[in-house]
Design a binder for this molecule. Structure first.
Ligand SMILES: Nc1ncnc2c1ncn2[C@@H]1O[C@H](COP(=O)(O)OP(=O)(O)OP(=O)(O)O)[C@@H](O)[C@H]1O
Length: 360
């Protein structure tokens, strides 16, 4: 560990994390065996921070968001620790968790109709949420807070007394977001909040999330396929592959010089979409019932070495503060490379060895 000399000009020490996730695992029981959708994930989130979680489809992003909030379906299980302001969320009963959702833990998921009651006016939804969690607010304050949240999402006050069916799908989604944010939760998970929305609305949501974070120190985990949003709106990024975080750090740093080959490939596939041709990463993420040995990305990795097919790479903290789980970095850490790979562990992995490793 490095120790920095005291610098009087240095910014104040960062606040304690609002959320600390340690070695989180989540799996779904299936007839083929457990699907290990989240497999040893750790990160911290400080008040006001936004962490973007990116990765291809099926890498475990949504499972991570749901596992943190205790929202996995029946038949699934979790292990590890999710510390939210000193309470381990994984140890809470469903009832205790429900009490925290809303005022402390917010969630924004894709399905907009799931929580809007078609029989209730929009105003009644807001009144119910605020009266339940902030009973001291006056009727005027409830109205003011609600209209402010709705206005932020581009819904004019004239629509306050309408019913859900009088809005388009996109508007309903924005109302749902306003409803989650009106309670000013300390921590929010937003899972692809923008898929059903157009680009203008997307920009608006990014703005709201930024305001929220500035105004109320809300910490946010933003799960998305859109690396552009992460580059624009997130402080930090976690790149997930096959149930693990393979690289995490300051978004600016990770995007400027990605260290993990998976991050590099993911960035290339996004950038080329908006410029010239279509680049996609050859192959597909692995079956999470039987993931490959060693580094899970090795069968698709252009830089794979022999050690990658056999031994899981340790998480290496680089000088920039970025953490990367890749043998290309780990071989430089004294003692990291096992003795039996000292001699030939760095040799490039031949195609036939990848097949053998896959079948193992
Ligand atoms: N209810 C379930 N039962 C069994 N397997 C599941 C269940 N939900 C998800 N999975 C599996 O868990 C793995 C991770 O899925 P998850 O939805 O978390 O990934 P994701 O990265 O969020 O994907 P996307 O970007 O498509 O939403 C996948 O292999 C998926 O098939």
């Amino acid at each position: 560990m490095s120790t920095a000399a005291h610098d009087p000009e240095a910014p104040a020490a960062p606040a304690d994390p609002v959320l600390s996730v340690r070695d989180l695992r989540a799996w779904y029981g299936t007839p083929r065996g457990p699907v290990r959708a989240v497999d040893g994930v750790s990160f911290d989130l400080r008040p006001g921070e936004t962490l973007g979680v990116v990765g291809e489809s099926g890498c475990g992003k949504s499972s991570l968001g749901r596992a943190i909030l205790g929202l996995l379906p029946p038949g699934s299980a979790t292990d590890g620790a999710v510390d939210f302001r000193g309470t381990d969320l994984l140890g809470l009963s469903p009832r205790e968790l429900r009490a925290l959702r809303g005022p402390d833990l917010g969630l924004i998921f894709q399905e907009p109709m799931t929580r809007l009651n078609p029989l209730m006016r929009i105003s009644e939804h807001f009144e119910e949420a605020l009266r339940t969690h902030e009973p001291k607010l006056s009727a005027a304050e409830v109205r003011e807070r609600s209209l402010e949240a709705l206005r932020g999402m581009g819904i004019p006050p004239s629509r306050y007394h309408n019913h859900p069916h009088e809005f388009s799908g996109g508007m309903r989604q924005r109302i749902m977001i306003a409803l989650a944010l009106v309670l000013r939760p300390a921590f929010v998970v937003a899972d692809e909040p923008t898929t059903a929305l157009d680009v203008l609305v997307e920009a608006q949501i990014i703005q709201i999330l930024a305001d929220l974070r500035r105004g109320f120190d809300t910490a946010l985990v933003l799960i998305t396929h859109n690396l552009g949003i992460v580059a624009e709106a997130c402080d930090r990024v976690a790149v997930m592959y096959a149930g693990r975080i393979v690289e995490q750090g300051e978004a600016r740093e990770v995007f400027a010089s990605p260290r993990h080959p998976y991050t590099r490939e993911l960035l290339r596939s996004t950038i080329s979409l908006t410029t010239t041709g279509l680049h996609s990463i050859p192959g597909a993420p692995p079956d999470l019932v039987r993931p490959p040995a060693g580094c899970r990305f090795h069968p698709r990795c252009p830089d794979a070495m022999r050690v990658c097919a056999a031994v899981e790479p340790p998480d290496v903290r680089l000088a920039s503060g970025v953490r990367s789980a890749c043998w290309q970095q780990a071989v430089r850490v004294p003692g990291a490379l096992p003795a039996e790979y000292q001699e030939n562990g760095r040799e490039p992995l031949a195609a036939e060895e990848i097949r053998v490793a896959d079948e193992a």
